[in-house]
Design a protein around this ligand. Structure first.
Ligand code: ZN
Length: 282
């Protein structure tokens, strides 16, 4: 069965989880997110694996959430205790987003081994929610990062770490315009560790992962734990929970006004922005 996820072991000590749904530009639905979590878990459980790379097939890393997908919790939760999404109103949708969006992102942020995102092409909206929870980011020169979802009448994506990633001014501009940040600018802002030509992206990321994998695993884990605890001491987890609640106020408003969770005009606005030349071209 093609789950849209592949787990590889390309080098000693290095596992690589690959988004393999390129025919849908690696759009995410619950089945893909569950398969991704299972692959991470398998890599964590394998003592031979020291470092985990998250990579993607095809021209684009991820086009975000698959809005044609379902919003059913469908089975046992992984990240939360929410088991129902059928309450109607905004209640069930909030449960869904707590589990599949914020819950899984925080769970992956806390994977007890170093993680590296290997990114090419576009990372749009929910795509950021796969890149940002990773520890390091290596980007191809053509990579770009955008969150256009204010067009849907919500605050931004459900893992609202924009200002930790790009700083306050740029976070505002990203959200207010929906414009993409290109790889060079992402590097300048400290959002990505390295930018390399596309034909060197895989090897560069593997070399970096292998260098990390040579160090003692418990030291790496403790280093990661301290950084994540400091992020939480800075308020990251609490502010993410607050932002998700505000995000669902947006969904609730759309539900009352339009009968759908997102403003139906948003998709046209996002497509038009993607066609604009200049920084918005993404
Ligand atoms: Zn949402």
């Amino acid at each position: 069965m093609n789950t849209g996820i592949r787990l590889e072991r390309p080098r000693p000590g290095v596992a690589r989880v690959v988004l393999a749904r390129s025919e849908r530009r690696n759009a995410q639905n619950p089945a893909l997110l569950k398969a991704l979590d299972a692959a991470f878990l398998e890599a964590v459980a394998d003592e031979a694996v020291k470092v985990i790379i998250l990579a993607a097939e095809g021209p684009d890393f991820s086009s975000g959430h698959d809005l044609k997908g379902s919003f059913d919790l469908d089975g046992d939760p992984i990240a939360t205790m929410h088991t129902r999404s059928d309450q109607g109103g905004i209640e069930g949708h909030f449960n869904f987003e707590c589990e599949f969006y914020l819950g899984l992102c925080l769970r992956w942020r806390d994977i007890p081994k170093p993680t590296v995102a290997q990114v090419q092409g576009r990372v749009i909206a929910g795509g950021l929610m796969l890149v940002w929870p990773m520890d390091l980011v290596v980007a191809g020169e053509n990579a770009s990062f955008s969150d256009p979802v204010t067009a849907f009448g919500v605050n931004g994506v459900e893992y609202f770490t924009h200002l930790y990633e790009v700083g306050i001014r740029k976070a505002r501009e990203m959200l207010y315009t929906g414009d993409a940040v290109d790889a060079a600018e992402a590097h300048r802002l400290g959002m990505v560790n390295h930018v390399v030509p596309e034909d060197q992206l895989e090897d560069f990321t593997l070399d970096l992962a292998e260098r990390i994998a040579a160090r003692p695993q418990f030291g790496l884990r403790l280093s990661k734990l301290s950084i994540n605890q400091q992020l939480d001491a800075m308020g990251q987890r609490q502010s993410l929970e607050s932002a998700l609640a505000v995000h669902n106020l947006g969904h609730a408003n759309n539900l009352v006004k339009h009968g759908t969770f997102v403003d139906p005009d948003g998709a046209d606005m996002i497509r038009a922005a993607a066609r604009r030349p200049g920084p918005g071209a993404g």
